[in-house]
Design a protein around this ligand. Structure first.
Ligand code: S3P
Length: 444
């Protein structure tokens, strides 16, 4: 346990760069491990989640090494070329690592055992097993499809067509990765588009992926199986989901003016910035450019008088990880912010809908929880704060309420900030460098 207290901050000033994108980092290691040749990865997120993926790739026979210059080198085994791990793969806290690997391991001709921490072992895995079974893979899991589980891979995979019942890039990616090793075409239909890093990066590594936009806003993604993936270098942009924390902190801390450099601006990830601008946020994207196939920009962010808005349900996939910190911004805005389409928040690292509501209440906020919605009422004045927050193995809960404490009247305490290392190592030091007052406190 690593308890911290976040006290009212000085105005935030300075230029920072947040760590590499978590989604892209996992994929760079996995796809590099399935390619023939040597893949160099620059800007990899060295957070615990991604290190779990690195360890799993090594256990499966790929070579994954960090150079002294911070560049990672992956020597791959080819699609379908992994070897049976001798132990249980521990995916730690990472749903992305676990679910994408289930897709990859579905078509390796051996059985793999997989586990994770208490949070991951409580998350639903049936959503990945359901589409993978028709490919020919067998699963044995704990009740209700929970981890630990075993994946009995098939050596005669069948290509499938699958329509996603939930907007999930992890489920989409698992099906596509299983399809890599199946003959013919694997098709995924997604009614509401989720992040497309798998589509983009598989194309970068030489796979044939065709994406058709539908009139109703959905997408049909078709992958041609059994390509030879060829090693390609990857430059990882910084993570917009991590940039979200200093951005909101600057918006709610009076007198702030910061720049967050080279933020990934993939349009399927920027729903939070769109919403904050609708709330009156002064966020200016400068030097917008494309780096290694992904859009990036430097974000200049100034303290702003925010007002409440209604966030439409169809925006949820493009900001799914950002609702906790949006709820913090809404607490400092004037008026009512209503968020809909939040059912997926209930199955993240924690039940984020319930945990955000309970934590906001502990900080004196008027908030209402619906089955799949949340309504936050702000006064436009600094919120009271003073809550004692349980982070519940959820990095984004810990960071969101540290940000809350930066602008609230009373400090906010977090029982355990250790989960932050899964996605944003160095978070407190970086924020303190801007003017925050985040202090470690003694274990009680
Ligand atoms: C991710 C997809 C999202 C997101 C997660 C990362 C990915 O999960 O919440 O942090 O890298 O594919 P879902 O697929 O469950 O929506």
């Amino acid at each position: 346990m690593k308890p911290v207290r976040s006290h009212q901050s000085s105005p935030l000033h300075g230029t920072i760069r947040v760590p590499g994108d978590k989604s892209i980092s996992h994929r760079a290691l996995m796809f590099g491990a399935m390619a023939v040749g040597e893949t160099k990865v620059t800007g990899l997120l060295e957070g615990e989640d991604v290190l779990s993926t690195a360890a799993a790739m090594r256990a499966l026979g790929a070579s994954v090494e960090r150079g002294d210059d911070g560049i990672w080198t992956v020597r791959g085994r080819g699609v379908g070329g992994f070897s049976e791990p001798t132990g249980v793969l521990d995916m730690g806290n990472s749903g992305t690592a676990a679910r994408l690997l289930m897709g990859i391991l579905a078509t390796q001709s051996f059985t793999t055992f997989m586990t994770g921490d208490a949070s991951l072992c409580s998350r639903p895995m049936e959503r990945v097993m359901t589409p993978l079974r028709p490919i020919g893979v067998g699963f044995v899991s704990r009740s209700k499809g929970r981890m630990p589980l075993a994946i009995q891979g098939t050596d005669a995979p069948m290509p499938i067509t699958y329509e996603l019942p939930v907007a999930s890039a992890q489920v989409k990616s698992a099906v596509m990765l299983a399809g890599l090793n199946a003959p013919g075409k694997t098709t995924v239909i997604e009614p509401n588009p989720s992040r497309d890093h798998t589509e983009k990066m598989l194309t970068h590594f030489g796979a044939e992926v065709v994406v058709e936009e539908q009139e109703n806003g959905g997408r049909v993604i078709t992958l041609t199986g059994q390509p030879e993936l060829v090693a390609r270098d990857v430059i990882v942009p910084t993570d917009p989901s991590s940039a979200a924390f200093p951005v909101v902190a600057a918006l709610i801390t009076p007198g702030s003016d910061i720049t967050v450099e080279a933020v990934g601006m993939n349009p399927l990830r920027t729903g939070l910035f769109t919403t904050l601008k609708e709330m009156g946020a002064k966020i200016t994207a400068l030097n917008t450019r494309v780096e290694a196939g992904e859009e990036v920009a430097d974000l200049k962010v100034e303290y702003s008088e925010l007002h409440g808005v209604t966030v439409p349900a169809n925006r949820a996939p493009s900001m799914i990880d950002e609702y906790p910190v949006l709820a913090v911004a809404a607490s400092f805005a004037k008026g009512t912010t209503h968020m809909e389409g939040l059912e997926e928040l209930r199955v993240k690292e924690s039940d984020r809908l319930a945990v955000v509501v309970e934590s906001l209440k502990a900080c004196g906020i008027d908030v209402e929880e619906g089955e799949s919605s949340m309504t936050v009422v702000g006064t436009g004045e600094p919120a009271l704060g003073g809550g004692e927050i349980k982070s519940r193995l959820d990095h984004r809960i810990a960071m969101s309420f540290i940000v809350f404490g930066m602008a609230s009247q009373k400090p906010v305490s977090i029982d355990d900030a250790a989960p932050i290392d899964t996605s944003f190592p160095g978070f407190s030091d970086l924020m303190n460098g801007l003017g925050a007052k985040i202090k470690e406190t003694a274990n009680s």
